[in-house]
Design a protein around this ligand. Sequence first.
Ligand SMILES: [Zn+2]
Length: 223
Amino acid sequence: MNLHHFRIAVTDLFLARSCSGCSALGTLLCPLCQAALLPRPGVHEFLVHSGLQWLPTAYSGAYQGVLRRVLYTYKDHHIPELADQLSPLLAAAISAVRDHAGAGPLIRVVPVPSRRAAIRRRGFDPVHQLLRSMERRQLGSHGVIAPWLQDLRGSGASKRLDRSSRLQASSAAFVATPDVVAGTDVIVVDDIITTGSTISEAARTLEKAGCQVRGVAAIAHTL
Ligand SMILES: [Zn+2]
């Protein structure tokens, strides 16, 4: 363990014993901060464009205050246990955009994959962890999880693709996996929407693979 990892381990030890929202000691999330994480999903029509169409976009809160601190702790202090505290916010956003689209409970939910380097650093993929938590806790009829996107950013992964996939992927951040089913209705999900360019790129990749993207959903949006 080098000094960097030792520092993270000590920080994690401290954070695991303090509220990720307000630093109160003795709990990962105190009742007050838990109450502040109440989902308030809204659907926004003109936030994310895939290149083909505007995509109805739902998120459960602004990336600020308690929500920002808890999400930051979850992702950047590597506390996967917080997935259970955050997954209801993602489930609420998915339900909001699914209802808006008039889609059924079997709509496919496609996560935006993390960068490989980030997964190595954190030891987990935050969005996958949230979706697993939603499944385990059976939060609403949130759709069927379909990990149909592969991350290409900075990975050299495109070298392993065949020629046509490589041409398609030459300037792309993502590529659709071979098990993607053309003609399927999908919702694309991420944890945080910042400029919208990442989730837009993910949606565009799925549209090129023949999917009908009915909307996008996230926990938070940076206003
Ligand atoms: Zn707190």
